[in-house]
Design a protein around this ligand. Structure first.
Ligand SMILES: *Cc1c(COP(=O)(O)O)cnc(C)c1O
Length: 404
């Protein structure tokens, strides 16, 4: 917390709007639109809820496919399944770790040839880095495919000088406790088209039709953000730039202390933007060295929490049988293929697409998962805290370099 929140919460209490509606909700939406440069926004109780509304606003439903970054958190795609759609997962680009526009172009050409274009593309801004939206839009626009930018991890980052999310047809943000700013739990849906937001606002309030009595002609949700939490959001939004600067300073400190280690690299910053470094993410080249898991366990012994990189969606048991379009580090494409449907239970969206033999090489997202480790990156960390983490990482890597 910044210290500004308590005053805004007191203000919210004084207004007696202790409900998922009120002046703080309005103020938060207004301040947010100014911050991200999109004219319309809807405050909701989670980023996942915002994604659900975004997909529904685009008309995603049973029988549709949604193309989505494979290297992401489950909430980027789980709402599409709630709507009855089937995902197709797209690999990451090694230079940004985000959705690879070249692989996406391949996947969309293949889908166009089959006459089965996706209803939407979910492009995820990963770990504070924006995806290459101009290239993604250049692929999608000619086919009229709308793009949802999942900017949950990238508030505070910029893409070609504009805030994360601004290029998407719809943008999704999160204020969960682990995000760069937080309302403990919360989210925002933003768009240029006011109809998307008006319709989403209607669904988020139980789809109550305009009438004196309670009238319903569609199914809705209880998705609005509490006025009390919106008060926190207003205060947190004021320190967004400060928080992004603090995140980048934490990254710089890690980089200056660990960047010289032969097996270590970090998520590259794409040339087109400014990464918020929501998390500092390290890559360990494992040629005989320590694994990310070994480092994670060594940190845990010191009561320091680190996390592995998102496990790609196409490797998740629940997505066995779902098509994945990937590329290896050598640039070989894997056409839409499916894993053996017998590999795990609960598979969704069996595809009739061609099955291509598994390459020996991991795809880009698979390699990032295998070698990556997210280091503690909370903005409350002191320089000494970062140094403590670095000392453990260095000790483990040097021990392995000496052959244990
Ligand atoms: C956190 C996150 C979400 C979901 O946000 P919640 O507010 O936790 O529901 C969606 N997508 C990504 C990429 C996230 O990191």
């Amino acid at each position: 917390m910044s210290g500004l929140e308590q005053a805004r919460i007191t203000e919210a209490f004084a207004s007696n709007y202790i409900a998922p509606v009120g002046p703080m909700v309005d103020a938060f939406e207004q301040a947010f639109t100014n911050k991200v440069g999109l004219p319309h926004a809807l405050a909701v109780n989670s980023g996942t809820a915002a994604m659900h509304l975004a997909l529904r606003a685009l008309g995603v439903g049973p029988g549709d496919t949604v193309f989505c970054s494979t290297l992401t958190f489950i909430a980027s795609i789980s709402p599409a399944l709630q709507l009855g759609a089937t995902p197709v997962f797209i690999d990451a680009d090694a230079s940004s770790w985000c959705l690879d526009p070249t692989v996406l172009a391949r996947a969309i050409s293949a889908a166009a040839a089959q006459g089965r274009l996706p209803k939407a593309v979910v492009a995820v801004d990963l770990y504070g880095q924006c995806c290459d939206m101009d290239r993604i839009l250049a692929v999608c626009r000619p086919h009229g495919i709308p793009v949802i930018e999942d900017a949950a991890e990238a508030l505070g980052a910029t893409y070609r000088g504009v805030p994360a999310g601004q290029r998407g047809d719809l943008a999704v943000y999160s204020f969960n406790g682990n995000k760069i700013i937080t309302t403990s739990g919360g989210g925002m849906l933003a768009a240029r088209n006011p109809d998307f937001i008006a319709k989403s606002r209607f669904w988020a309030c139980q789809a109550r039709d305009p009438a004196a009595h309670y009238e319903h002609s569609e199914i809705g949700y209880n998705y609005r953000l509490s006025n009390i939490l919106a008060a926190m959001g207003c205060a947190q939004l004021e320190v967004l730039e400060e928080r992004a600067a603090a995140k980048r300073a934490i990254f710089d400190r890690y980089y200056s202390q660990l960047g010289d280690l032969p097996r270590v690299s970090f998520m590259p910053e794409a040339t087109y933007g400014c990464c918020s470094r929501w998390l500092t993410v390290m890559q360990l080249n494992d040629a005989g060295g320590a694994t990310p898991e070994a480092v994670r366990l060594a940190l845990e012994e010191e009561n320091i929490e680190a996390r592995l990189v998102w496990k790609p969606m196409h490797l998740q048991p629940m997505f066995a049988g779902v098509p994945f379009v990937g590329s290896t580090s050598t640039g070989d494409f894997l056409a839409p293929r499916r894993r053996g449907a017998g590999e795990a239970g609960g598979a969704v969206g069996q595809s009739d697409g061609p099955t291509v033999a598994r390459s020996q090489l991991p795809t880009v997202s698979e390699a990032l998962f295998r070698h990556g480790l997210c280091l503690p990156s909370g903005t409350a960390m002191t320089g000494n805290d970062v140094d403590r983490v670095c000392a453990v990482v260095r000790r483990v890597l040097e021990k392995h370099a000496r052959g244990n």
